[in-house]
Design a protein around this ligand. Structure first.
Ligand code: NAP
Length: 230
């Protein structure tokens, strides 16, 4: 079993997830597992990231894929130190809650809420074998109840639910020294963002939460390392 710390980033074949994986490997010396629902894309991204990054087939909305991915991590590494729940879909600016397509909303929930929930449940036994374990849920200001308004029905409500999951798991996992936080990366120039600030800037706040010291916060909502309102 290697002494190098091990991080899994979901949805790491492109966008913020890929940059988070790069920063964790390059700047923090972690062994990074590049979660990707398409293994070929994950392998390509892992090769571009370098620093010993490995690809892992992982569709967070598919319970079989989640179970197999974590069984593989257990078999190869015997533990996990950091879980970054980054995979997310469907920034539905074209939908309003009062006339939403609920099938579409359910699909968003499958990836944005039930995905991270399933990976968290499955990861906890491995994280408890890890050291200074951390979970980061990549959320969004769209999920902040304090600032919620019309539109982005499925996305905003799924991220609000992800924030609630963050608070509950943080409280439950505190006795094990596992810190759990939600991070909004800000508006970032990825395929999803379609504009916004450079991807490395958005990724930085996620990496900050993934590498918090044992004295760091848990059960919080952050942007750029600063607490924001739920
Ligand atoms: P992106 O460029 O659209 O990338 C999304 C990533 O998630 C892709 O790698 C995608 O894989 C993966 N993914 C989607 N569904 C998946 C599933 N079921 N299982 C595993 N992977 C899946 O988005 P991004 O901007 O990097 O967003 C990353 C996170 O930041 C998301 O949680 C998003 O909600 C959040 N966020 C983004 C912004 C922004 O401005 N960009 C703002 C606030 C929050 P494929 O390549 O296979 O589709």
């Amino acid at each position: 079993m290697t002494s190098q710390r091990i991080a899994l980033v979901t949805g790491a074949n492109r966008g913020i997830g890929k940059e988070v994986a790069l920063q964790l490997a390059r700047d923090h010396g972690l062994k990074v597992l590049v979660g990707s629902r398409d293994l070929a894309k994950g392998k390509r991204a892992a090769q571009e990231i370098g620093y010993g990054a490995d690809a892992l087939q992982l569709d967070v909305s598919d319970p079989v894929s989640v179970a197999e991915a974590f069984a593989q991590i257990m078999a190869v590494h015997g533990r996990l130190d950091i879980l970054v729940n980054n995979a997310g879909v469907d920034y539905d600016t074209d939908q309003q809650a009062h006339r939403a397509d609920l099938n579409r909303v359910r699909r968003a929930f499958d990836t944005n809420l039930f995905g991270p929930w399933d990976t968290t449940i499955t990861a906890v036994p491995l994280l408890r074998r890890g050291e200074d374990a951390r979970i980061v849920n990549v959320s969004s200001g769209s999920g902040a109840l304090s600032d919620m308004s019309a539109g982005t029905a499925g996305y905003g409500i799924s991220k609000a639910a992800l924030n609630a999951l963050t608070i509950k798991t943080a409280a439950e996992l505190k006795p094990y020294g596992i810190l759990v936080n939600a991070v909004c990366p800000g508006w970032v120039a990825t395929d999803m963002g379609g504009g916004g600030r450079p991807v490395p800037d958005g990724a930085k706040g996620v990496v900050w939460a993934a590498t918090l010291p044992a004295t760091g916060p848990t059960g919080g909502f952050f942007r750029d390392g600063r607490a924001i309102d739920w």
